[in-house]
Design a protein around this ligand. Sequence first.
Ligand SMILES: [Zn+2]
Ligand SMILES: [Zn+2]
Length: 203
Amino acid sequence: MLITHDTECALSILVELLNTAPEACGSERLPDVAALSAFVVRQEISEIDSLGPADLAAVHELRTRLREVFSAGSVERAAELVNAVVAEAGTTPRLTNHDHHGWHIHYFAPHAAVGRHLAAELGMALAFIVMAGELERLRRCGAPGCARVFVDLSRNRSRRYCDSRTCGNRLHVAAYRARQRSAEAVPGPEAVPAADAVPAAGR
Ligand SMILES: [Zn+2]
Ligand SMILES: [Zn+2]
């Protein structure tokens, strides 16, 4: 897959951003400017000079538009959505080696407001995914009741859940209980597990 480390970093910020939305997690995780400010610090988003209510509104709107790419349904539609986001961002690609990161390209205009900064960087990361023919790696969690998104960067494209420690485990436990229930519901000698078939504790 022709996805660079920088694109992977941007995709990670993208996923974090989309999963702050009420549609993803049931409540707004970026409810105010202070929460947005904490997000900017946590994700190490550079060259953000100031943050206000207009920035918060811009980020909320961008989040909705970027989430649409995950459910675009076709490459043509995804390309259209990505092009619109990037066009409005006013990208100005330039090489930089700030903060000992090594040479990489910033797509956002110098000191752009956070909404435009993220539109440029995250929009371009999505553009690279589309260009690489990897749109199907943009996924929604397969666990019932979970609408978080993730980018499956696994080699065999086998990832199904947003976070293996929560949704993945939750499903394994549910599947195990369902098997136990169906075993109890069918009486007969074949339904009684042999001693060596009982899962060992801690496995
Ligand atoms: Zn940078
Ligand atoms: Zn999930």
